[in-house]
Design a protein around this ligand. Structure first.
Ligand code: BGC
Length: 920
């Protein structure tokens, strides 16, 4: 087992390491933690039994073999002398108050009802136990934002009551926050627990990570990737968040610590980069070198404490205020040390490209409009363990302004508003002032008109296959010239969800979605969610990762890369070419329902974390689709609410992470967003997808829409049908149609092509982008029938049980279709999964005849029928049912036109016949 290329145990070990390294310890009075192995502990809070491995939606729907929550880990590690009475009381209560799952997509409650505590109960518990561990949980997910309300960003009354009562009685208390991203923390000062840990949502190995930190196997080394302010209203974006139609990003570049360190230090409870350790580190600058394009720091880190541990070293820059105005601190480099034993030391090197020290002049105030500039003056560098603690270690002084690079006006807002900027206040302090945001002066569509790709004349099928391009026998242009208008309109359509053409239960197929395209030897690529691991709605199992915030809090690029090598192998084994992740939007405001999928309020950290994941996956020839490009910063009205953002803020913040992922992580697949930014839905934003992404950054790859996302013609309303405008801007793929050829979405591609609103050359360009990307992916090997040594080795690692789960038969139903009896294994413990694809009508019924023969009269023989993992019905026959009995089940409406049907036989002995699905 140990020599296998893909080893689940090693995968789990790496994930456990990542879950533990992401844990951020905010408080640890009197060194309460780590706890000795025999410490008498009592656990409070129902989340101890319902660990949240992730949030919900596409960033959470991974079917896992197991999830190690807090209790599972405690039992496996045989840790601590746990108070059984308290546990039993909770277990009893839970029988009456089961976990509420809610009612479908985005309907799961963000919190669960907490067990009310009686003072006497807590006092009794204290008599038996020395330490109390209080677990608080929250989920989150797409399509629903967090709210500054009880049970979401704020604690519920019962949770507060629990904290108050337990902390009043126990002198030693540890609060464990199993949450997606930061929550309100005012209660810490009020109830004063001894220790507080953000454990986030740590994936299927999360519970292990928590116990490893509690018992000291791992010294915490996670750091906050967001600033925790005293109150939600302290975040400068809060006042301009959550609008139905339009959000003005008035705080501009002053997001997170860039705002707090510049204007409102006293509003911070826990600064960006903060996190405690069991040990202590001494950090000393031992070298600093300013070169042409970067400044490099060498820092000696010594473990001066009593535990082994890792330290995060962060470098911040304070640029001169100049004419542009600058944040007081900007993270320009970071690293994490290896594990240091007490007294051990190491020297780490951190390089800070000057590009990250520069500011973007979108108004021309420096005389260099549309340029990254370093204004003259002193650039002070600060080094430390968090933004507040970082102390000055050096400076570089520029006598004159330096222009690093000049671009052109792109994605500028078409609405004028006042944005935040610093002004000189009293005693050298900075105060908030406002200035007008420069508005758009250039029509991006004019730019498109001036840069139209050359059209290659249609040749019809000349017999060239895509492999001929790969082998250099023919140019891509000559190959693409063979594609008819219909081919071109089809290739820009992805098919899904759950296309029967690719791995069952995945998000989409793209490329050869029609027979004609297949005939040209174009591969069929497969995409699957998502940021927390592979989502296969067929019920197939995959590994659930710690959430994005948790991973980023590790500040450990190497670890993320190693972890995502496993993800890469897993994708390849499942014939999935690109993972729809990582999610990398900035945490502009704690209310964003998808923050848990994303990394941080800081773009450098975000970009580096994404690049690390991509490097890991690239090692195995698959990739990630970085998302959501750009500004997916609120879920409320996510298809329509517009973000209005200055060019400076876009470039310095919201684009920057993606830029790093493209330039450092070689990203070649991107997902645009649902909503509009500065007048254009992102799928139809020419400057975003062509000028910036491809021309400036040199991106060579594909852009796909988010699922059923809209686009717009300039000035027009958003609509899913606007694929012609999408192609014009190089959003190459519309995701998703149920049938590309039938054009089930009824898009306007053909009409746009015929009327030359979008040129043939533009369609050909997107077709080429798709083909180039597919040529890099395993799909290209699959279409040629090539099995590499790697694929062979990976195949050997698939267990028999997994193989069975993957063996999903496809039943196409037009009117009615029989399920072949040989597909159904009725033996005890066996499951049959089939994918039912309806042609036309979208509702169906399942009927079959069943009987039991040769069993004891009183034996009970059940078959459970699940539709998309939801139990439809369990039909139980007894030994007396020896005559054929008809079972008829209404399967209701299908999502898209497909569903996964599972028949599970809890006991052997049942016979079936005349199994059929009919459309109703
Ligand atoms: C999400 C995407 C996801 C897609 C496919 C959408 O709802 O916004 O992030 O990848 O669905 O599941």
């Amino acid at each position: 087992m140990g020599n296998r290329i893909f080893d689940l145990d090693r995968y789990a070990k790496k994930a456990r390491e990542a879950a533990a390294e992401g844990i951020v310890m905010l408080k640890n009075d009197n060194h309460l933690l780590p706890l000795a192995k025999d410490t008498k502990v009592a656990l409070f809070g129902r989340t101890q039994f319902h660990y949240y491995k992730s949030g919900t939606g596409s960033g959470g729907l991974v079917n896992t073999k197991y999830v190690i929550g807090i209790w599972e880990a405690l039992e496996m590690e045989k840790c601590f002398a746990v108070n059984k009475t308290v546990k039993a009381v909770y277990e009893d209560w839970l029988l009456e108050h089961p976990f509420e799952t809610g009612d479908g997509w985005a309907k799961e409650p963000w919190f669960q009802e907490e067990m009310p505590l009686k003072a006497e109960f807590v006092e009794e518990a204290r008599k038996e136990s020395d330490v109390a561990i209080i677990v608080i949980g929250r989920t989150a997910g797409e399509d629903k934002d967090n709210k500054a309300e009880d049970g979401s960003y704020l604690l519920t009354k019962e949770e507060r009551d629990m904290l108050n009562k337990v902390c009043a009685v126990f002198e030693r208390t540890i609060v464990v926050l199993n949450v997606g991203n930061i929550i309100d923390m005012k209660w810490v000062n009020e109830v004063n627990p001894s220790s507080v840990l953000y454990v986030w949502q740590g994936g299927q190995e999360g519970g292990h990570g928590i116990i490893d930190v509690l018992n000291g196997t791992v010294t915490p080394s996670g750091r906050l990737t967001d600033t925790i302010a005293s109150d939600i209203t302290d975040y400068p974006s809060t006042a301009n968040y959550g609008d139905d139609d339009r959000n003005l990003y008035k705080e501009d570049i002053y997001v997170g610590y860039r705002y707090f360190e510049t204007f409102a230090k006293d509003k911070v409870l826990y600064p960006f980069g903060f996190g405690l350790s069991y040990t202590a580190f001494d950090k000393e600058l031992v070298g600093m070198e300013a070169e042409e394009d970067k400044v490099t720091f060498q820092v000696k880190v010594t473990n001066t404490g009593e535990y082994e541990g890792k330290e995060v070293v962060q470098i911040y820059c304070q640029a001169p205020q100049g004419k542009l105005g600058k944040p007081a601190r900007v993270l320009c480099g970071f690293t994490k040390t290896k594990l240091l034993t007490p007294e051990d030391d190491t020297i780490v090197t951190i390089s800070c490209p000057k590009y990250f020290l520069a500011s973007y002049d979108d108004s021309g105030v420096t005389g260099h409009r549309y340029s990254y500039v370093m204004e003259e003056g002193s650039y002070q560098f600060y080094m430390g363990g968090d933004v507040r603690e970082a102390s000055r270690v050096g400076e570089i002084v520029l006598d004159t302004l330096t222009v690093l690079e000049t671009f052109e006006e792109v994605i500028a807002p078409d609405v004028s508003y006042q944005r935040m900027r610093p002004a000189a206040g009293e005693n050298g302090a900075l105060t908030i002032s406002y200035e007008a945001v420069p508005v758009r002066t250039v029509d991006p569509m004019k730019r498109r008109g001036e840069n139209l790709p050359v059209e290659v004349a249609y040749t019809g099928d000349q017999g060239w296959k895509l492999v001929d391009v790969f082998e250099g026998k023919v140019s891509m242009e000559t190959f693409i010239a063979q594609l008819s208008d219909e081919d071109l309109c089809c290739i820009v359509r992805g098919e899904g969800m759950c296309s029967p053409k690719v791995t069952p239960g995945t998000a989409s197929a793209f490329g050869a979605v029609t027979e004609s395209l297949e005939g040209f030897g174009i591969p069929l690529g497969c995409c699957a969610d998502g940021p927390s691991g592979i989502r296969m709605d067929s019920g197939s199992l995959a590994f659930a990762m710690p959430n994005g915030t948790c991973l980023a809090c590790s500040f450990n690029e190497e670890l993320l890369q190693e972890l995502y090598e496993f993800e890469g192998m897993e994708l390849r084994m499942n014939h999935i070419d690109t993972l729809l992740g990582p999610g990398m939007n900035l945490h502009r405001n704690p209310m964003n329902g998808r923050n848990f999928e994303y990394f941080s309020e800081d773009p450098l950290l975000t970009g580096r974390m994404a690049a690390a994941q991509l490097k890991g996956m690239h090692k195995y020839g698959v990739t990630g689709t970085i998302k959501h490009f750009i500004c997916n910063n609120q879920e409320h009205r996510r298809n329509d609410a517009e973000a209005i953002v200055s060019e400076r803020a876009l470039r310095e913040l919201y684009l920057r992470g993606f830029e790093i992922a493209v330039k450092e992580g070689d990203a070649y697949s991107i997902m645009s967003t649902y909503g509009p930014v500065n007048g254009f839905w992102t799928s139809t934003n020419y400057d975003l997808l062509t000028t910036v992404l491809r021309k400036e950054w040199g991106f060579k790859g594909i852009v796909m829409t988010d699922w059923w996302a809209k686009g717009n013609e300039p000035g027009g309303p958003g609509d899913v049908k606007n694929t012609s405008a999408m192609v014009r801007c190089q959003n190459d793929l519309y995701m998703v149609t149920t049938d590309a050829k039938a054009n089930t979405q009824q898009d306007d591609s053909m009409e746009g092509l015929i009327n030359n609103r979008t040129t043939r050359g533009e369609f050909q360009r997107s077709a080429m982008n798709i083909c180039y990307a597919l040529m890099k992916l395993p799909a290209f090997l699959r279409v040629q029938g090539i099995e590499t040594e790697l694929d062979r080795q990976l195949k050997e690692c698939i267990t028999e049980e997994e193989m069975e789960l993957r063996d999903i038969k496809i039943l196409e139903v037009e009117g009615e279709a029989e399920i072949p009896l040989e597909w159904i294994d009725t033996r005890k413990g066996k499951a049959t999964v089939l994918q039912v694809v309806l042609k036309g009508k979208n509702t169906a019924r399942l009927t079959f005849l069943s009987r039991v023969t040769g069993a004891e009269e009183l034996s009970q023989i059940p078959v459970s029928i699940f539709k998309d993992k939801q139990l439809v019905k369990t039909v139980t026959l007894t030994g007396k049912d020896s005559e054929w009995k008809e079972v008829s089940l209404d399967l209701g409406e299908f999502f898209g036109n497909t569903c996964f049907l599972k028949l599970y036989f809890g006991q052997g002995g049942m016979e079936l016949k005349e199994c059929k699905i009919e459309q109703i």
